[in-house]
Design a protein around this ligand. Sequence first.
Ligand code: ATP
Ligand code: MG
Length: 429
Amino acid sequence: MNYDMILLRYGELAIKGKNRGRFEKAAYQHVKFVLAPFPQAKIIRVYGRMYVELNGEPIEEVVGALRRVFGIVSLSPVKRAPSELEPIVETALQLMAEMNPGENTTFKVTARRAWKAFPHGSQEMNHLVGAPILRQYPQLTVDVRKPDIELHVEVREEGTYLFNEVIPGAGGFPLASNGRAMLLLSGGIDSPVAGYQALRKGLEIEAIHFHSYPFTSERAKQKVLDLAQVLANYAGRIRVHLVPFTEIQTRLHQDAPDNLMITLMRRAMMRISTRLAEQRKAGALISGDSLGQVASQTLGSMNVIGRVTDLPLLRPLVTMDKNEIIRIAEQIGTYDLSILPYEDCCTLFVPKSPSTNPNLRVVEYAEHSMKDYEALLEAAVAQTESLVLRAGGSPDHAIVLSGPERQDASQAEVSGKPDEQPARTDDWF
Ligand code: ATP
Ligand code: MG
């Protein structure tokens, strides 16, 4: 259809009065980023909403791109007319002509006079626009409750916007508008989805992955980087921390009771993640736990595992069913990667019967009796490699910030310094 522009509506951020300016700016940056492939498209910011002028860019593709923008609750392709009665009616008739309504189509006009100096009120406009349409299309009947076509007419000072379609957007909060959190990212189905949900809620995420090289292969690591790249394509960029976990796992395997292995590994992961979060000034940890899914995700296990961190531990999937999680994974494009068969560090040491209700005292005792437990954790933190993945890039060209493959320090500049403040999206993409 022949539309001029797309109207973007903010969602939840509208309620957050004092943060509004910051949120709108973050959403604007994100819109700018997704519109980069459409150079003719022009973004117009007005108070409380945004418009994108198409200027000949293909509407379907532009709408598809805009539906990825977090904080946008819905979109409508609109036609714009000068705010005078005659052109408004004419444009309404054009819009109806393009919709080509069939027999028994129900219809109503919903006019809104936002510009009070306009001479006709909202009710009056319903009739002034509706009557000529009904004359031209006798097959239409009016239904004010649940019409097939609802023609919206918004009269504003700068122009009048006409639309009938309301397309759902990604919703949530604008990127990085709610602070920074560390995502524990495995190669599974769940944690990438948890990461997406966190992004959608306006968290800036950094991924932490524990690997057991050489027990786990390069391909297993590559798979996780590929998953992180998918998240980076939504987020603009993502910092990934690769933590060597082999020593810790091997020692736990030697020294600790077999049935507590998973609990102990998870606690070690939480401890290391908490330290990395402190270094990176992140305010929460995120995991892909879903209640009851496996032994480590019972309430009893979650209790014993969660105790080792003071940070809020966010579990966006906790009440979701597996099929719901899979549906989102497919939608966001992580599913096909997640089901690749490469082993994860934890599958290597899976005990025959992991405890579903670990005893906190026994777990703590096992940790205390490992003399160098603390040193092992510190060593893992110190040997962590970090890199930055950027939207549209590839893990092969990631910017390495630390670790053996460290590159020229000047390349680290994009990622900022450790004391960099979160929620700065100006130079995000
Ligand atoms: P997933 O599909 O996310 O791997 P899962 O159902 O396999 O989840 P677990 O293996 O019990 O569940 O892992 C629970 C959570 O612990 C994961 O969602 C993830 O957040 C974290 N986790 C597990 N293994 C790792 C790892 N190797 N590196 C980082 N985080 C991990
Ligand atoms: Mg897993």
